[in-house]
Design a protein around this ligand. Structure first.
Ligand SMILES: [Zn+2]
Length: 183
């Protein structure tokens, strides 16, 4: 993954192009992110589209990323990295549909900031062309929860329990995403 979204637009594009060329020559898929919505610990002030307009991915921008040769694109459609804050999750599905139509079969879409999403949200995003979903806390929180509840117990027992908790979560996500039995 080539997340250069913390750089300014031109630098992001330039670095993405450089890395995707390097990867392409070696048969490695690369993933880029045009703009980043940062929720941090406390969440963003507002997740409403009109407030985020300048960060949300536009058609022109999506095409610029197609031109970098990167195979995977994680558009900004209201998805936040970190916490979602007081206005909650407000994804701009029309924008996601638009990005999907714009990139066509040139790029596959990826979902970032998806940890607190519900099955309904995931299903809508998959319908809009999302083919890869990056999950972090959604899995790790189960590790942390079980580890916390087993304080003082033998390490091997704890490792087995946390591994099982994460495996159950991954299995559930695979059912949700329609990837179960597809490997
Ligand atoms: Zn990201």
């Amino acid at each position: 993954m080539c997340d250069m979204s913390h750089y300014e637009k031109e630098e992001n594009l330039q670095l993405t192009r450089k890395l995707s060329n390097y990867c392409l020559a070696r048969g490695i898929a690369s993933e880029a992110e045009p703009g980043r919505i940062e929720g941090g610990e406390d969440g963003i002030t507002s997740t409403l589209a009109e407030e985020l307009e300048c960060v949300l991915t536009m058609a022109e921008q999506a095409l610029e990323f197609v031109a970098t040769g990167t195979e995977l694109l994680a558009p900004a459609t209201g998805n936040a990295h970190g916490e979602y804050g007081p206005t909650g999750i407000n994804l701009d599905y029309e924008r996601l549909d638009m990005v999907n139509h714009t990139v066509g079969d040139k790029m596959r879409l990826v979902l970032h900031g998806a940890d607190p999403f519900t099955l309904k949200i995931f299903t809508r995003c998959i319908k809009a062309g999302v083919t890869k979903i990056n999950i972090n806390k959604g899995v790790n929180k189960h590790y942390a929860r079980v580890q916390e509840s087993m304080r003082g117990q033998p390490l091997t027992k704890v490792i087995e329990a946390v591994t099982n908790a994460m495996q159950n979560t991954v299995e559930e996500y695979m059912q949700w995403f329609g990837s179960a039995g597809e490997a």
